[in-house]
Design a binder for this molecule. Structure first.
Ligand code: MLT
Length: 208
């Protein structure tokens, strides 16, 4: 597989010290959707932004689902590995380090699957409105990878018990999880941007 098998946008870094970002859009989005969010959260970062290859009534996604919140887990596994290959190829082509994923909704769910199935692909992740992507994930070794999970208190798609379970799952696998529940629904709010921006600045300072 080559990186051209995902339609994507790439913007080179304008600040060599900022971590590259892998931007993963929600259902019905595309490779342009999260560029602005990425720039707000980490100005100067290289941006790698693929378009999900699965279509649901014409809407791009990163994996198939059987119903809202009910995933085709075989497809989740396959698509996460495919995305991992894309990132490896794109790193080679564009000369970037392992990225921090910023995923929203369906994009956050594939990022969580990638962490559990192919931990080396990502340096960390910001998961916006994510849920548990696999009912029986493999034993992952996340070795202290930083993960920010931002959930909405009134999210009609992600029950609180589900995001709590995801936080526990990632922590048990060794990730350094920071889970915050915001007074929000499934949509993003200004608080998401502010928290994500502060988090990535701190993670970056620790890594330096
Ligand atoms: C998903 O299918 O990944 C979740 O239900 C979130 C969504 O895309 O609506």
């Amino acid at each position: 597989m080559t990186e051209s098998s995902f339609i994507h946008r790439f913007e080179p870094a304008t600040n060599a010290g900022s971590p590259p970002l892998l931007l993963l859009h929600g259902t019905g989005g595309d490779e342009n959707d999260l560029l602005g969010l990425g720039r707000m959260i980490s100005p100067g970062s290289a941006l790698l932004s693929p378009r999900g290859r699965v279509l649901e009534h014409g809407m791009p996604r990163f994996f198939r689902r059987l119903a809202e919140g009910v995933f085709d887990e075989e497809d989740v596994r396959r698509r996460a590995l495919e995305l991992g290959d894309f990132v490896a190829d794109a790193r080679h082509r564009y000369g970037i380090a392992a990225p921090v994923a910023i995923g929203f909704s369906n994009g956050a769910n594939i990022a969580a699957a990638l962490l559990l199935l192919k931990p080396d692909v990502l340096a960390g992740a910001i998961l916006l409105r994510a849920m548990v992507p696999l009912s029986d994930p493999p034993q992952a070794e996340l070795g202290g990878k930083p993960v920010l999970l931002l959930s909405g208190q009134a999210d009609p798609i992600v029950p609180a018990s589900n995001s709590t379970r995801l936080a526990a799952l990632l922590s048990e696998a060794g990730a350094r999880v920071d889970h915050k529940v915001l007074p929000a629904g499934h949509q993003l709010s200004q608080a998401d941007v502010t928290l994500a921006r502060n988090w990535i600045t701190n993670v970056d300072a620790e890594a330096a």
